[in-house]
Design a protein around this ligand. Structure first.
Ligand code: GLA
Length: 387
C-alpha cells in the first residue's frame, strides 16, 4: 500500500473538514489473470488484488448531510441522507451513494458524514477503480456506523451499488478480488459457490501490465449486451439439454458442439467463449499448483484469442500488444484483462525480463498508434482493510 497516498488523504481531510478522520479504509484494484466474463456465468476466475488502490477517510458530521471530496478529480459533492436513488452526475458519486443505499439497508447510516478519497489506480485501465472505491467506502462506512458485514457481504453490497446506481450489470469479480487478495498469490474464485481459494505464486513469474490508454466504460452498453447474450444462450441450452442448466457454467464444450448450430452465430460464439474460459481456468489452476507456468501462459494466449474472435470484446490496440508479446520468447502469456473494449493487457513473464519487454512493447506501440501505452509491473497484494 502506498503510505504517502494515505498520509495525503488524511491531511487533506483534516484541512478541509477541520477534524482528523475517524476511520480510514484502503481497497486495492484488481487484475484478472484468467477467466473473462465468466463471473456472471457462475464460472471460475483467477485474479489478484494489485498494489494500486483507493484510500478513503471518513468522519461523522451532524444532521443529514454528507460531503464527499474526490482529491484526484478534484471535485466535492454534497447530498442528504437517506440516499434512495442515483444522482444524475457526476458518475463517481454514485459508487458512494450506491454503497450508502445498500449498506444502509443493513444498519443505520445516520447522522451524515464527511469523506475524502484518492487513489493511484489509472482510470479506465481495466483495473477496477470503481470496485476499489465501492469497497473502501463500504469498509469505512461499516466501521463508522458499526454495521457488521462479512467480506462476502461487503462484496455483494459493492456489486449491487454498481448494478443499481451506475447501470453496469457487472459480476462479483472485482469486489471479491479487491477483498480477498493475498501477497504474491492469485485468488481462485468459484462464482457459483462463492468459495475463494488462495493460489501461491512462484518467485519465477511476475505480471506486467500494458495499458493501451484506450478508455473504456463499463457503463457502455457493450458489457451489458454481452451479459444478455450469455443469458440468452444459457436459456437455450437449458431448453435442449437433459440436465439442469442455470448458467453457462453448466454447459460443456461437447454439448456446445452438439447444439450450437441451432443458435444464431453471434450468441453461439459468446457461449463458446465462456465455456472455453471456464475450462481454461480450471486447467490453469491445476497447472499453477504444479508449477507449470509455461502451459499456464499458453492458456492466457488462448483466452485472448477467444476474446478477440468469439466474445469480440477486444480492440486493435489490445490485439497489437498481445500479438507483439506472442513474438517475444520471454513472454509466457498475455491477454486482455477485465471487461475489454480497451483497457490493459496483462503479461506473465520472469521478473528479470519485465523492464526490457515493457520497453520493447511501448516503443512498438507508439510507432504503430502514434500515442503511448504505459507499462508497469503489478504485484499481487493483500486485500482491502480498515487501517
Ligand atoms: C468487469 C466486471 C467483472 C467481470 C469482468 C470480465 O471487470 O466488473 O464483473 O465480468 O469485467 O471478466
Amino acid at each position: 500500500m502506498n503510505m504517502s497516498l494515505i498520509e495525503t488523504i488524511k491531511q487533506a481531510h483534516a484541512r478541509r473538514f477541520g477534524v482528523p478522520p475517524a476511520v480510514v479504509a484502503y481497497a486495492p484494484g484488481r487484475v484478472e489473470i484468467l477467466g473473462n466474463h465468466t463471473d456472471y456465468n457462475e464460472g471460475f476466475v483467477l485474479s489478484a488484488a494489485i498494489d494500486l488502490g483507493i484510500g478513503l477517510a471518513l468522519s461523522p458530521a451532524g444532521g443529514a448531510s454528507c460531503t464527499v471530496q474526490a482529491l484526484d478529480i478534484p471535485e466535492e459533492i454534497c447530498f442528504d441522507l437517506p440516499v434512495t436513488s442515483p444522482a444524475k452526475q457526476p458518475l463517481w458519486v454514485n459508487y458512494v451513494r450506491g454503497v450508502v443505499n445498500k449498506l444502509g439497508a443493513r444498519g443505520r447510516i445516520e447522522p451524515g458524514f464527511q469523506a475524502t478519497f484518492a487513489g493511484d489506480i489509472p482510470m479506465g485501465a481495466g483495473l477496477s477503480s470503481s470496485a476499489a472505491l465501492e469497497i473502501a467506502a463500504a469498509l469505512a462506512l461499516a466501521r463508522l456506523y458499526n454495521i457488521s458485514a462479512a467480506p462476502l457481504e461487503l462484496a455483494k453490497i459493492g456489486q449491487a451499488a454498481e448494478n443499481d446506481f451506475t447501470g453496469a450489470h457487472c459480476g462479483l469479480l472485482d469486489q471479491i478480488s479487491s477483498l480477498f487478495g493475498q501477497d504474491h498469490a492469485l485468488v481462485f474464485s468459484d462464482f457459483r459457490t462463492l468459495a475463494v481459494e488462495t493460489v501461491p505464486l512462484t518467485a519465477e513469474i511476475c505480471f506486467l501490465l500494458a495499458d493501451t490508454c484506450v478508455k473504456h466504460s463499463l457503463v457502455a452498453s457493450a458489457y451489458n449486451e454481452r451479459r444478455a447474450q450469455c443469458e440468452r444462450s444459457s436459456a437455450f441450452f437449458a431448453s435442449v439439454l437433459d440436465h439442469p442448466v442455470t448458467a453457462l457454467r453448466d454447459v460443456s464444450m461437447d454439448e456446445w458442439n452438439a447444439f450450437a448450430a441451432r443458435l444464431d452465430p453471434i450468441t453461439a460464439r459468446r457461449a463458446a467463449h465462456v465455456i472455453g474460459e471456464n475450462a481454461r481456468v480450471l486447467e490453469a489452476n491445476r497447472l499453477l499448483r504444479l508449477g507449470d507456468v509455461q502451459a499456464f501462459g499458453e492458456l492466457m494466449f488462448q483466452s485472448h484469442h477467444s476474446s478477440r474472435t468469439n466474445f469480440e470484446n477486444s480492440c486493435p490496440e489490445l490485439d497489437f500488444i498481445v500479438a507483439q508479446a506472442r513474438m517475444l520468447p520471454q513472454v509466457l502469456g498475455a491477454r486482455l484483462s477485465g471487461g475489454g473494449f480497451g483497457g490493459s493487457v496483462v503479461l506473465m513473464l520472469h521478473p528479470r525480463d519485465a523492464d526490457q519487454v515493457g520497453q520493447t512493447l511501448a516503443s512498438a506501440y507508439v510507432r504503430k498508434f502514434g500515442h503511448t501505452c504505459t507499462t508497469r509491473v503489478i504485484r499481487p497484494v493483500a486485500g482491502a482493510r480498515v487501517l
